[in-house]
Design a protein around this ligand. Structure first.
Ligand code: HEC
Length: 210
């Protein structure tokens, strides 16, 4: 009985050596690969000619907290400028980080108008009345940014910081734009939406007095 046991062990050993070769022995033939694991493939390897190319012009680094990307877009930052919050409440007013002066405020608003046209008008409409292309195509519930009153959205009592936060993180059906619009531009949009609301109010008042 024991004799067969050893015989089987020797046979199994020979079989393994037969398939995989003797450990340490050199062989000029390519190894037998039962599972190739994508070892052989057509690709350009790093650090080989043609492998170390510079990024395409205009590439934005996404390199963690110290990279330009996260700072500019405010990821993981605190404070009013980055969150719209002061002491846990939505604040109102333009943050001082924007360094707004009488000279540059018109340019800032123009930037807001341009960015609003790119990112918001498609849904909320050029004038902010919620009648953009998307709404006209039949999507319900796009907010009229001039709406006031108890029910729903109240433009008059809506803090700037909350507007900033909605652009950053979205709300309900509206998606988040924090990863697409840098912090500075978000504030420019906030300022422009305020200008739109102001303009609407003035024209409403004129209608009433006429
Ligand atoms: C794809 C369409 C779409 C785009 C683009 C869009 N929004 Fe909205 N927005 C909506 C919809 C829909 C709602 C209503 C969300 C809800 O209450 O479900 C909304 C709601 C809002 C509200 C009200 C939030 C509240 O508290 O009720 C504000 C303010 C707002 N959007 C501002 C903006 C600004 C500023 C931009 C541009 C950066 C923008 N939106 C881009 C669709 C859009």
């Amino acid at each position: 009985m024991l004799k067969y046991f050893f015989l089987v062990w020797i046979l199994v050993g020979l079989m393994i050596a037969g398939i995989y070769g003797i450990p340490g022995a050199k062989d000029s033939r390519p190894p037998l690969r039962l599972f190739p694991d994508m070892d052989d493939q057509d690709k350009v390897s790093a650090q080989t000619p043609g492998g170390s190319r510079l990024p395409v012009a205009g590439t934005v680094p996404n390199t963690g907290d110290d990279g330009v990307f996260s700072v500019e877009f405010g990821a993981g930052r605190t404070g009013y400028y980055y969150t719209g919050l002061t002491d846990g409440y939505f604040g109102t007013g333009m943050p001082e980080e924007l360094e707004l002066t009488e000279e540059n405020v018109a340019q800032f608003l123009a930037r807001g108008e341009e960015r609003y046209g790119i990112y918001c008008a498609i849904c909320h409409g050029e004038s902010g009345d919620g009648q953009g292309t998307v709404a006209m195509l039949g999507v319900n519930g796009v907010r009229n940014l001039h709406e006031t009153g108890e029910a729903g959205f109240d433009a008059e009592n809506y803090p700037d910081g909350r507007l900033f936060e909605v652009i950053t993180n979205g709300k309900g059906q509206m998606g988040a734009y924090g990863m697409n619009i840098p912090v500075n531009d978000r504030w420019a949009i906030v300022a422009y939406v305020r200008a739109l609301q102001e303009a609407r109010e003035i024209s409403n008042n004129e209608e009433e007095t006429n």
